[in-house]
Ligand binder design. Structure first.
Ligand code: FAD
Length: 298
């Protein structure tokens, strides 16, 4: 058996802190379910234009780490933060026992000039590596090129610079066409980017989500994917089933091709994550759930 066959891909989840108290209560149930799926980690997003990070990302990440006992990565967009603010956030994370960060620049808000301490995510990666080297840092990457980038080569050069500042691994933007991911992975290898790349997969399970995606996403939507949205436009159950099957198909292909890991954009939906887990857990070397029905072999 080859080394690649022995080492399993990681399976991790992304969640976002809710905006309301009701949402927060609901999230605790969601997190308990997600934690029960034994993910390698749960990452918690952070908005750069909302409430204080202590009340949102840190609170939720602390719950994941200390109440559920699951490893967590706190997202940290830094374009609107000063070095002192980042230092304070690192201290707060230290107190929570969280030492993994997804270092981001974050989106630039129109008409709101960013601060000048962290122009790019790479500045944040090197700042954390220098001032708090016990933190593990990850970075974001874009198989279909970051929308602000003038071209693919320049984007990969910037990614190489960011990875070289000390990224443990990279997590991709969502994509629906695995061939684009494989080409990106190859380009990263050519650029000598050695950090493992985790593939970001978002299951599309309802029409609202699909329409938002079509309107806002930079991701290429393959013919097979568009056909699902078209055919099951007025059949929510079939759209959900086909959307889940599409995501599972993507995951099976990626894991079979030895992807380093799958990062599932859960949209705080534990049912979706559980469904995907039940369909693929053995591929990740993870146990079946107690209530999961297993087909008899042979
Ligand atoms: P960077 O790596 O800094 O890149 C931004 C742009 O600058 C790119 O076009 C890059 O090519 C260019 N660039 C980089 N370095 C240089 C340089 N030295 N000179 C010139 N140009 C350069 N946003 C949030 O607000 N909160 C989140 O929680 C969040 N989570 C995310 C999770 C993942 C997995 C991903 C993929 C994205 C996430 N985002 C999040 C979105 C992200 O913040 C935006 O895509 C943002 O526009 C770019 O952030 P970045 O860290 O990738 O930026």
């Amino acid at each position: 058996m080859s080394a690649a066959q022995q080492k399993h891909a990681t399976l991790s989840f992304e969640i976002f802190p809710p905006n309301t108290q009701v949402g927060e209560e609901k999230l605790m149930g969601t997190l308990a379910e997600l934690g029960g799926l034994a993910p390698d980690f749960i990452s918690v997003t952070c908005s750069n234009n909302k409430r204080n990070i202590e009340e949102t990302t840190l609170k939720v990440a602390g719950y994941v780490k200390n109440r559920l006992g699951v490893a967590t990565i706190a997202h940290l967009p830094a374009a609107y933060l000063t070095r002192q603010q980042v230092t304070d956030i690192l201290k707060a994370l230290d107190q929570l026992g969280i030492h993994q960060i997804l270092a981001l620049r974050g989106d630039i808000i129109p008409d709101v000039p960013p601060k000048t301490d962290f122009h790019y995510a790479s500045d944040l990666v090197s700042f954390i590596r220098e001032t708090a080297p016990h933190f593990k840092v990850s970075g974001a990457c874009y198989p279909e090129v970051h929308p602000e980038s003038c071209d693919r080569v320049t984007d990969i050069k910037h990614l190489k610079h960011k990875a070289d500042q000390g990224c443990e691994h990279l997590i991709t933007q969502l994509f629906f066409d695995n061939e684009i991911f494989y080409r990106f992975q190859e380009n990263c290898q050519l650029a000598d980017i050695q950090a493992p790349i985790l593939a970001g997969i978002m299951p599309i399970i309802n029409r609202k989500q699909a329409l938002r995606l079509i309107k806002t996403s930079e991701a290429k939507l393959p013919r097979k994917f568009l056909a699902i949205l078209d055919k099951y436009e007025h059949d929510p159950v079939a759209l959900r089933d086909a959307g889940l099957a599409y995501a599972i198909d993507q995951i099976v292909d990626l894991v079979t091709q030895d992807v380093a890991g799958i990062h599932l954009y859960t949209m705080n939906n534990a049912t979706t994550a559980r469904h995907i887990y039940n369909a693929t857990s053995s591929l990740f070397g993870k146990p079946a759930q107690e209530n999961q029905q297993i087909l008899q072999l042979g």
